[in-house]
Each structure stands twice: as structure tokens, then as C-alpha cells.
Ligand binder design. Structure first.
Ligand code: FES
Length: 373
């Protein structure tokens, strides 16, 4: 069990306004507690190892670098904590049968252990879509970003009108159920609904059972058409919700869903493919390249036209951590200078860009560049 005296010796207590925000490039995370939430679901809470606070929007995620084998694995987890409690963050994860990273955390991650993390990042937040009335709809562990947003509303805007519906297989698999019921007793504008697939044999259950359809949706949230909808869960669930809402005539401008996407398969630059297409090296047409200097590794590389900084780094043996490879998660943030074109999807803050950072996965050199990696 950690004690407050475990803080670095001689380090005085700092008030929030005296602290710097956590910097994922400088500080690791220290696990401070682990708790069971539901069968196969745990929450892991972290603080920074260097008195800092966490700046993020409710609903955002972090990427953890987990030392699973010889090569660490990157896994992205939505934060279940609220930025209104900024001294620590927590993630809530379900260990699927075939999971590697989450299974490692379940078996190895204990208080006192440190892990590297990147972020927070992501645009799935009510901050970005202010509305008078919300509808949070989730299935299984998709409840995590909703919990972050609801905890934030409870702390900062408890009168907000929220309809919160969670779908689960069985009642005992409803994550955060007792906390949700407590919040509902204290937030006058919060209405809760649970939908379970299987009626339990040994417990009483007074809520609806079955799968979500238009009839059940209208019973759970009669005015759903007038609400800003946030949806998170397995992809088939979110697809089914989109179909339902579209069929009901819902204005899909008011619909938002969590999506990490999947990393793209790295394309072979067209010039390389063409150049190697049956031609001997001496016969290959000249291919345009741009010099890239990786200053920390001391590597001089060449980026082919269209190749990202991340692809160039990999091709030259320089390691830049990356998870989503879509410009979303912020894991591949590096300091770089020179003419660079970046097309990100919200994974980097304007402040970071002003400080000279880019996301390597979605940045392309447009002339000689130098990268701190
Ligand atoms: S790897 Fe996620 S933003 Fe680059």
C-alpha cells in the first residue's frame, strides 16, 4: 500500500496552481490502485511520478506502453476518471479472452509499478459538443468514456439533463452500477436505464431485457430525438444504434461515437513500387527523396515522396512509439523542425504544435527536416 510519505524525499506538497501539467515525454505513470468493477473488468488508477496534474477532456483516452514481451505493446484505453479530479487518472478495462495487453495488466500491474503512457488525446467529449440535453448510450466497457463525462457533470454541472443507458449481457455485468445509482439519487436531471440481454435466474430484475430496438429505445428515453447522443461500445453495437437512429429520422449531426480506428497498412511509396517493378537498380528511374535527420539516434535517412516521418523512422531503424497511426492518439508526438505537412485527427494540441511538436504518423517532410528521435 502506498503512503503519502512515498513521495520523493524533500518534495513539498504543491497546490494545483503551483504544478505543471503532466508531460508524457518527461514523466511516467505510477499505478496507485487497482479495483474490480465487474466480472473480468478492473479499474487501474495512476498518478504522475513527479507532482503534476492531468489536463484532459472527459471522454479522452491515453495509450499505455506495456512491457509484455521483448517489444512493448501499445494499447489505447479511454479514461474513466474526470478531469475535475486532476491529481490522478484511471482507466477501466475488460480483459477479453484473446487480449494480450489488458491480460498483462490484470496479471502484473500492481500499485507502485510505473508504465510509460502517451496522451491524453481524442475528440469524443461533451466539451466539443455542448448541448442542453444529453443521451449517453453504451454497451459493456463502452461505458468508460460516459462515466468520465458523467463524473465531470456531477462535479461541475450537476443540474444537467442526462439520459444514461447502458446495455449489458447480465445485470452483474453492468459496470459502475452502484455508483450510477448513487449519482442518480443526487443529480436531479439524470435518468438511468439498463437493458440486459439475459434475465438472471437467481436474482430479481425489474428492468427491460432483450436487445436494443426502436421500441425499447423509445421506452428508455422517450425524447431521445431532442438529445445530443454519445455512443460507445463494440462496433456491431454502434452500427446497430446508427441504423436505429437513422430509421427513426434522427438528425445524425447530433450523434457522436467513440472510434479508435485501425492502423493503416503502410503503403509502399508508388515510386519505390514502380522503380522495383522488374527493373535492375541501374535501370530504375530516379526516385525523389528528402533528407531526414534523427538527432537523438544520430541517423541520417531519406524519406521517399509521400512517406511519413514514422515510416521513414521505421525504415531506418529509429524507434518512434505509435499506436493508432491515424493522427488520433498522440502517441507518436515528436519535436521536429523543417518544412513538414501534418494532417492530424485531433491527436495534438495547438500548444504542442506551437512548441514545435508534430505527430510522426501523419507528418510528411516537404524539404530537409530534423526530428528529435
Ligand atoms: S500513432 Fe496515434 S497519433 Fe500517431
Amino acid at each position: 500500500m502506498l503512503k503519502i510519505t512515498d513521495a520523493p524525499t524533500g518534495s513539498p506538497y504543491l497546490h494545483l496552481d503551483e504544478m505543471q501539467p503532466w508531460n508524457d515525454h518527461l514523466q511516467t505513470l505510477e499505478c496507485v490502485w487497482v479495483t474490480d468493477e465487474a466480472p473480468g473488468v478492473k479499474t487501474f488508477a495512476f498518478r504522475s511520478d513527479n507532482q503534476t496534474w492531468f489536463r484532459y477532456k472527459p471522454g479522452q483516452f491515453v495509450t499505455l506502453e506495456l512491457p509484455v514481451g521483448e517489444e512493448p505493446v501499445m494499447r489505447t484505453y479511454t479514461l474513466s476518471s474526470s478531469p475535475s479530479r486532476p491529481f490522478s487518472i484511471s482507466i477501466t478495462a475488460k480483459a477479453q479472452a484473446d487480449s494480450i495487453g489488458t491480460r498483462w495488466m490484470f496479471e502484473n500491474l500492481v500499485p507502485g509499478m510505473r508504465v510509460k503512457a502517451y496522451g491524453p488525446a481524442g475528440g469524443f467529449s461533451l466539451y466539443d459538443h455542448p448541448a442542453g440535453r444529453y443521451f449517453f448510450l453504451s454497451a459493456g466497457s463502452g461505458i468508460t468514456p460516459m462515466m468520465s463525462m458523467l463524473r465531470w457533470l456531477y462535479d461541475c454541472a450537476p443540474m444537467t439533463d442526462v439520459s444514461f443507458v447502458n446495455c449489458a449481457r447480465r445485470p452483474d455485468e453492468i459496470i459502475f452500477r452502484s455508483e450510477l445509482e448513487l449519482l442518480a439519487s443526487r443529480m436531479p436531471g439524470l435518468s438511468l436505464g439498463f437493458l440486459v440481454e439475459e434475465r438472471p435466474r437467481t436474482q430479481s430484475w425489474f428492468g427491460p431485457t432483450g436487445r436494443l430496438d426502436l421500441t425499447r429505445l423509445a421506452l428508455l428515453v422517450p425524447d431521445f430525438a431532442d438529445r445530443e447522443v454519445f455512443c460507445c461500445g463494440p462496433e456491431p453495437f454502434m452500427r446497430a444504434v446508427r441504423v436505429l437512429l437513422e430509421a427513426s429520422g434522427f438528425d445524425m449531426q447530433q450523434y457522436h461515437q467513440e472510434s479508435f480506428g485501425t492502423g493503416p497498412i503502410e503503403p509502399v511509396p508508388a515510386e519505390i513500387a514502380e522503380a522495383s517493378d522488374g527493373l535492375l537498380p541501374s535501370e530504375a528511374p530516379e526516385v525523389a527523396t528528402t533528407p531526414v535527420t534523427f538527432t537523438l539516434s544520430g541517423v541520417e535517412a531519406e524519406a521517399y515522396s509521400g512517406q511519413s516521418i514514422l515510416q521513414t523512422a521505421r525504415a531506418s531503424g529509429v524507434r518512434i512509439p505509435a499506436a493508432c497511426e491515424l493522427g488520433l492518439c498522440g502517441t507518436c508526438k515528436v519535436k521536429a523542425s523543417g518544412p513538414i505537412e501534418m494532417n492530424h485527427n485531433g491527436g495534438i494540441l495547438d500548444d504542442d504544435i506551437a512548441d514545435g511538436y508534430v505527430l510522426a504518423c501523419c507528418s510528411t517532410p516537404r524539404g530537409p527536416v530534423s526530428v528529435e528521435a
